[in-house]
Structure formats: structure tokens, C-alpha cells
Design a protein. Sequence first.
Length: 133
Amino acid sequence: MEVKTYSATCQRVGNWWAVSVPELKGVHTQARRLDQVAAMTREAIALMLGVDPATIEVEVHPESPGPVAEALHAPQAAREAGEKAERATESAVRALLRDGYTVRDAGALLGLSPQRISQIAARGRATSRSAAA
């Protein structure tokens, strides 16, 4: 069974999300919440094309007016910075432990608890094992 992916562009209109599918002229729907958009769109596409909804994948693309888009940018940038910092911390922990530093010394150098160093080290070992499998 081949799955086809469609885009769902949606805009907030009052208390609803107005949804359209650019690839399929005339396919429109609405949803109360953003987490309902994919399911509602999948049903609308399936009805329009006469196909099984299981053969449809939907990528949701919410559009926000300027002030809202700007307000969403700061938290997204902070998440990305946090993820970058987490990767750098993991790399530093691996390097310190590989070079023979104790968990306590690595924690003191990085300003983290020994427990956190152990968690990071364990996650790194689990990732290494799954990559080797």
C-alpha cells in the first residue's frame, strides 16, 4: 500500500483552524485545535479522492500573522540553543571520561552533579550499543 504525503496549510480564524490542501484544489476543512488538523485533513482528502485514509500522510504547516510568528521565534531559538548546549555537554562528558576523569571530577569541571554526568554517560553508552547493532 503506497502512502502519499500532502501538505495542509492552516490559519487561525476565530476559534478554528481553516485548512486547505494546496496540491488538491477544492480540499478544505477546519479543526478546533491544531493537533486535530492532520486527522481532519486526511479524512477530507480521502473523501475527495475516494481512497483509504490510511494511504494518506499529512504534513501540517500552520501560518501565523507577523506578531504571532515573531513571538514563536524566541522560544524556538531558545530550544535550538538548548539542544546545541546539550550536545556540547554530552561531548565534553564523553571526552573527560574517556581521558580518565572521574564522574565527580567531570561534574565539578562542568558544573553538573555526578548523577547528571552518570546519566549522560549511560545515554552515550546506550547510543553506542544501538549504533553497533
